[in-house]
Structure formats: C-alpha cells, structure tokens
Design a binder for this molecule. Structure first.
Ligand code: HEC
Ligand code: HEC
Length: 488
C-alpha cells in the first residue's frame, strides 16, 4: 500500500495540477485509482475520494476561461471576423481597461464615460463626412480630438503606457466595437502614430513626482479637498465642520483616480479645474422660456440638456431643457464668444436689413463663422449693426438701431425706420448690444484659488499622494504599467 501511495504522490507531482497538465494528470490518476481500488480496501477508497475531489476542482478550473488580462494577441485570423470581435471583447474587458469606464448596456446608470451600445452604427454619424472605422481609429489613438458632447478629456491614449495596447489588439477592439450594431470591416489599417517617437519623447520628460505622499495626504485634508471628494481610507469631515469658503458639492470619488489618469491631468484638474470637466459634475446657469436654472449639468446631447437644481429646502429636481428653448442673451462685445459658452449667434450685418441667426462654427478676432441653413458663412465682427436701448429719467426705454454719438453729447438712433436724435443730458443710461446668442457655459464647481493657496511643495506632495490612489480596479493597470514605465 505504501509503495502504491508514494507512486500516487510522485505521479501527481510530476504533473502539477494546472490546466495545461490536466490530460496527462487525469489519465495517470484514473489508472492509479483503478489499480488501488482493486488492490486495497477502505483506507485507499477514502484517499481516492479526496484525490477525486482535487481532480474535480482542477477540471472545473480548466473550464473557466483564462483570465482575460493574460490574453496575448499577436495575430488575427480575419477569415472569421466574428472570432476577431470576440478576441476584441477580451481586450475590452481586460488589458484595454475599457470596461472600467465604458458600459455596453443602455440600462446601466449614465457614468462619466459614454455608453457604447450600438457604437458600430453610431460611429458613422459622429463626425460629418467621417466613416465609422475612421472615427473608431481616431477615438482610440487620439481620444481628445473628437470629444463626445458633454464628456471631458478623460479617455487615455490606450496605445500608450500604462494600457499600451498593440496594433493587433487595437484592431481586435475595433472589430468588437464595429460588431456593436454595425458591420465588421476586416480591411487592415496603418497606425496613425509612430510608436518609436513617443517612446523617446516619454523618456525625455523630467520625473514629475518628487513629493512625499504622506505630507500630500495632509494637504488633501487641510486644503479641504476631502470636503467634496471621498477617498477610501480617509474620514470625511462632519458636514457642519467643513469650511465655509465654498459650497460643498457632489464630486467624483478619487479612490482610483490615478489608475487611468496621468499626473498632468491631475495637476490640471487642480490648477485649471474648468479646462476639462468630468461629465455629470459641471455647474451651469441657463435661462429658458424666461426661467433661470442654476445647478449641475447632469447630461447633454445635441438636442437637450438635463440640469439638476436644488430648492431652498434641499429638494433636488431634474429639468430636461431643449437647447432650442434656451433664451437669447444680449451680447455687448463680440469677443471670445465660444469661450464664453455661446453656441448660436444672431447679428445684423451692416449691409443687411434683417438679422441672421446661426450656430457658431468657429471664430477669429475679426470674424465669426455661422452655420446658416446648413451653410457656413463668415461675418465680420465689426461691420455689424448695433442696437441701443436708451433709458430716460422716467425709466422709459427707447430701443433703436445705433447710428452715432455718445451719452456725453447727442445719440442718433433709427427708431421705427426714422432717424432720431437724443440729448445725452436727458438720459439716465444706455445699453449697447451688438448681437444676441444662446449660451451654455459649464464650469467646474471646484474652487479656483488652489494655485494661490497651495505652495509648490504642497502641490508636489499632493500629486504624489494622488498618484498612490489606484483603487480596486487599478491593480491590473499598474501591473501592465510596470512593464512600460521605468521605475522612479
Ligand atoms: C478613463 C476612462 C476611459 C477608458 C479607460 C477608456 N475610455 Fe473610451 N472614452 C472615455 C470618455 C470620457 C469618452 C468621451 C470623451 C471622448 O470622446 O474622448 C470616451 C470615448 C470613447 C469612444 C467614442 C464614443 C462615442 O460615443 O463616440 C470610443 C469608441 C471609446 N471611448 C472606446 C474605448 C475603448 C475601446 C477603450 C479601451 C481600449 C476605452 N475607450 C477606454 C473614457 C475612457
Ligand atoms: C467644492 C468642492 C470641491 C473641492 C473643495 C475640491 N474639488 Fe476637485 N472636483 C470637484 C468637482 C465637482 C469635480 C468634477 C468637475 C470637474 O471636473 O471639475 C472635481 C474634479 C476633480 C478632479 C478630477 C476628477 C476626475 O474624476 O477626473 C480631481 C483630480 C480633483 N477634483 C482633485 C481635487 C483636489 C486635489 C482638491 C483639493 C486641493 C479638490 N479637488 C477640491 C469638487 C471639488
């Protein structure tokens, strides 16, 4: 019995219980079982039973697909595009980290990243004149080039470290995205990037993190970041103990912030919070049908916005507002229209009788280009008829087209088709509008004075602290990062 038992163990250890050894191990095991059951009695039956249990577990384990992060795609077999899409799904849910941000499920609550249901069809209509495949390629290599309306510049360039997808992996992911409602296009494409260039550029950057994370954690608490942002393991102050310098708002949980965001993004989030606003957290004030809504921009698409407001007694309300319902705001100066949130403009060119309205396409210092009835037209910002509203001492308002003059002297307006002269001394005030437009300006609720409050060393300690926040989903990301990024 002892001899056969030793043979048993020796045989088992010759083929460790791992999925690739399952066949030889199982064969050896079965033979051993048969011999032992024939030769030996009860004790052996018990032992056999326990080994059978181990075999059963090994068998079940081998049925579970390999952990998807372990998939190493080096070649694609385009004779079966569906199979390529399936490999792409593994990259999507594994190494690509896509599923950490994106859902492919319309019933999932909207998050900070767009849901990708039907992206295979939708990709074709995102950018006029750009086909679905080109759009998907651009989305993966240069995610910041065409931001989906309402979303910030959060998506990492997935071909760079830490995610570092290869050309082959990106092809598979694109096939998977195409398969979401669209057609898989097996035509190969060249990468729109040069991987060698970026490797040297990345190496040339100076190391960014020289701070002390422990001190940074203290800054995080003393600078009151903790009042708005939750971080696992740090206690949030009691609501009444928080600072009165700013209004505490709902803000993203930062427990995993460093997993997918580089340090430059984090630095910008603190120093220039409105440069990129996390979708669903921006602050907005809009006027529609005469009512002003001030609150959080919950979501936005080409046609409508959803704004969450809070009444004085703390009750939250959500309002869906069509962009077409927004009121036109008077504009005094035609400068930085887009930066000020204007997306439509109504102006009257000097040589025209009627005003023109269009969507703002682009602007320079001298001109603004509007899309009027589907066509782009450039208008001079200076050759524009202006309107003036005069207010006399009885608070009567007179509105007319401005011709000339100032309050110090005489003002000439065209009122109801005829020129009239007003003496500046008879007037209480005058307002001047060059145009009007619809406006949607989203700002960050984060205080803007951190650049002043935080010293350089506070800032570098804070960034070092933030870089330690890789959260639960981050382990896989930092594993692959370890391959791509030299240790500090
Ligand atoms: C850190 C979060 C994050 C990760 C990781 C991420 N994305 Fe994104 N992605 C975004 C955000 C935010 C947007 C919207 C802004 C933009 O267009 O860049 C976006 C946009 C997209 C779009 C355009 C969607 C549309 O509706 O037009 C595609 C396609 C996409 N991502 C695919 C992927 C794939 C594939 C991966 C994995 C290889 C991935 N993303 C990883 C955040 C992420
Ligand atoms: C008044 C509340 C408030 C305070 C205080 C505050 N934040 Fe924020 N923060 C926000 C909100 C709201 C957002 C999301 C909107 C945006 O992107 O600006 C945000 C966004 C961020 C982001 C980007 C998060 C993401 O998911 O991409 C980072 C990083 C950040 N804050 C760090 C900090 C740090 C560090 C401090 C302290 C120095 C701080 N914040 C203080 C409200 C706050």
């Amino acid at each position: 019995m002892v001899v056969s038992f030793i043979a048993y163990i020796a045989g088992a250890s010759a083929f460790p219980i791992a999925s690739e050894n399952l066949l030889p191990w199982s064969a050896w095991f079965l033979i051993a079982v048969v011999i032992n059951i024939v030769l030996w009695s009860n004790v052996m039956k018990l032992l056999t039973f326990s080994l059978a249990v181990i075999w059963f577990y090994a068998f079940v384990a081998s049925l579970v697909p390999e952990s998807s992060t372990a998939v190493n795609l080096t070649e694609l077999d385009w004779s079966d595009p569906e199979a390529v899409a399936e490999q792409g799904a593994l990259v999507f849910n594994g190494k690509g980290q896509c599923s950490a941000c994106h859902t492919v499920d319309t019933s999932a609550p909207p998050g900070r990243c767009p849901d990708l249901t039907d992206i295979g069809v939708n990709a074709a209509s995102r950018i006029p004149g750009m086909d679905a495949k080109t759009y998907l390629i651009e989305s993966l290599y240069f995610p910041a080039n065409h931001l989906v309306p309402g979303y910030g510049k959060i998506m990492p360039e997935v071909w760079k470290a830490p995610i570092a997808l290869s050309h082959v992996e990106i092809q598979a992911v694109i096939a998977y995205l195409e398969s979401q409602g669209g057609e898989i296009d097996p035509t190969p494409f060249d990468e729109p990037i040069d991987r060698k260039d970026t490797a040297t550029a990345a190496a040339a950057l100076p190391p960014l993190l020289t701070g002390d994370p422990e001190l940074g954690k203290k800054v995080f608490v003393s600078a009151a970041c903790i009042s708005c942002h939750a971080v696992k393991g740090i206690e949030s102050p009691a609501a009444d103990a928080t600072t009165t310098d700013f209004e505490v708002v709902t803000a993203p949980d930062l427990s995993g912030i460093a997993a997918f965001n580089d340090m430059r993004y984090l630095e910008e989030s603190i120093l220039l919070p409105s440069a990129q606003i996390v979708s669903g957290y921006g602050a907005v004030t809009v006027r529609a049908n005469g009512t002003t809504y001030q609150g959080t921009l919950v979501s936005q698409d080409e046609k409508k916005i959803v704004v969450r407001t809070k009444t004085a007694d703390g009750v939250e309300e959500e309002h869906t507002i069509l962009l077409s319902e927004l009121d036109e705001e008077p504009i005094e100066e035609l400068t930085d229209l887009q930066a000020n949130g204007y997306f439509t403009l109504t102006l009257t060119p000097a040589d025209a009788d009627a005003p023109v309205t269009g969507e703002i396409v682009s602007e320079t210092e001298e001109t603004v280009t509007l899309k009027v009835n589907g066509e782009d037209k450039a208008f001079s910002k200076t050759d524009v008829k202006s309107m003036m509203t005069l207010i006399d001492f009885d608070y009567n308002e007179i509105v007319g087209e401005y011709v000339s003059g100032t309050m110090d002297d005489e003002i000439v307006l065209i009122v109801d088709g005829s020129e009239e002269v007003f003496d500046g001394w008879d007037l209480e005030g005058a307002t001047f509008t060059r145009a009007s437009g619809k406006k949607l300006l989203v700002t960050s609720p984060m205080p803007e004075n951190f650049p002043l409050l935080l010293s350089v060393s506070d800032m570098s300690n804070l960034l070092s602290f933030l870089s330690t926040l890789t959260g639960a989903t981050a382990e896989a990301a930092s594993e692959s990062a370890a391959e791509g990024i030299p240790a500090e």
